[in-house]
Design a protein around this ligand. Structure first.
Ligand code: 5GP
Ligand code: MG
Length: 179
């Protein structure tokens, strides 16, 4: 599909599935190298990172521990700047290398909050793997350790990403038309 409609908004095809998969393959190569001999804890950030997590884990194909967490800071198509903890990390992170799996880093507010929190809980290191990164939107002192694709500051949906809870289930990524 070249165009989709979600509620009042129209989106056009932006990144096809194949390109996303190739980007994730590149991330898997780097991550695999860095976790050799380590006992990492992967934390997938719900809901958006579910497809990215599934693809990355299939690529890594190893005996790793992983869990899920959920935060919210986003309403509609713009960030609120506040982070709400909906499902915290319940695994004991003391002394562990934690690798966060995020769908997209925009202003960085959410990940800065989560990374600081896990460090304060005693994680030996906290790394961030994000499928997508909007470098021009960044408002925090934070650089993701693993980045799939860098994109402009457009609002996108698909491959886990939603617009008011719709659109997560598309296999390709679409961007908002106009505005
Ligand atoms: P940040 O805290 O970095 O500003 O925003 C991170 C969260 O905002 C992401 O995990 C994602 O849920 C949401 N987000 C940021 N940009 C987009 C976007 O273009 N599309 C969608 N659907 N969500 C986004
Ligand atoms: Mg998210």
């Amino acid at each position: 599909m070249d165009r989709i409609c979600l509620k009042d908004k129209e989106f056009e095809l932006f990144i096809p599935e194949q390109q996303i998969r190739e980007a994730i393959e590149g991330m898997a190569v780097e991550i695999r190298k860095d976790i050799e001999g380590e006992n990492p804890l992967f934390v997938s950030i719900l809901n958006g990172a579910f497809m990215f997590t599934a693809e990355l884990m299939r690529q890594l194909d190893g005996p790793y521990e992983m869990t899920f967490a959920r935060y919210s800071s986003y309403r509609g198509t713009s960030t609120t700047g506040r982070v709400n903890e909906i499902l915290p990390v319940t695994v004991d992170v003391r002394g562990r290398l934690v690798i966060l799996l995020e769908d997209i880093v925009d202003t960085g507010t959410t990940m800065q909050y989560v990374m600081e929190k896990l460090k304060s809980q005693g994680a030996s290191d906290v790394k961030l793997a994000t499928m997508l990164f909007k470098p021009d939107a960044m408002r925090c002192d934070l650089t993701p350790d693993y980045i799939g694709l860098r994109i402009p500051t457009d609002f996108i949906v698909g491959y886990g990403l939603d617009y008011d809870e719709l659109g997560r289930t598309y296999k390709d990524i679409y961007k908002l038309v106009g505005e």
